[in-house]
Design a binder for this molecule. Structure first.
Ligand code: SF4
Length: 181
């Protein structure tokens, strides 16, 4: 991570970049996000691991101003510390936009689970996404990110290594509003 160019346009959920940091030890690998990291355009972070939580861990959901695990443990402090630590990294690398895992209690943006562990979605943001929005970052999920703009593509360390999927030419323009804004 330390040899990434700065500023680095994106901070991304590490699980989208292929790291096995999900609560169940699995990944949410999205090749187009992993390519951003490989090309020097993105830095991966996992707020929950940065907050000191182990992998694997119990799944958690936001419940009003708290975060609780499905075992009934209040993990608000760990989630808040992880969001702050991930924000610090994003700011250190000069990031200005984020691509985060949809519906996560840390990374979700726009829609998250309601805290009842019944797969019920409500409007809201994960703690890390919420913090980034407050700081003025553009925040997308892997489902709303429109792909690289021509300027972002040109700034890649290894632009020839970016595949067509990273530019996503067949979806919405890059100027589409990001979630939660
Ligand atoms: Fe992925 Fe974010 Fe959850 Fe970490 S906290 S596993 S990066 S969704």
């Amino acid at each position: 991570m330390t040899d990434l160019p700065r500023p680095c346009r994106f901070v991304v959920s590490a699980c989208l970049a292929g790291l096995h940091c999900r609560y169940d030890g699995r990944t949410n690998h999205k090749p187009e996000v992993a390519e951003l990291v490989a090309s020097g355009l993105a830095v991966p972070v996992c707020p929950e691991e940065l907050g000191g939580l182990p992998t694997p861990r119990d799944p958690s959901e936001r419940r009003d101003d708290t975060v609780v695990s499905n075992a009934g443990r209040d993990v608000t402090a760990e989630f808040a510390a992880g969001a702050e630590a991930a924000l610090y990294i994003a700011e250190e690398y000069g990031c200005s936009a984020a691509i985060l895992k949809a519906r996560s209690p840390s990374c979700g943006c726009g829609r998250i689970y309601d805290g009842t562990f019944s797969r019920t979605l409500i409007e809201g943001n994960g703690l890390f996404a919420e913090l980034l929005l407050k700081k003025g970052f553009e925040v997308f999920t892997e489902e709303t990110w429109p792909g690289l703009s021509p300027e972002e593509r040109a700034s890649a360390t290894h632009p020839g290594g970016l595949s067509a999927s990273a530019s996503a030419p067949d979806i919405s323009p890059h100027t589409e509003p990001s979630c939660g804004r």
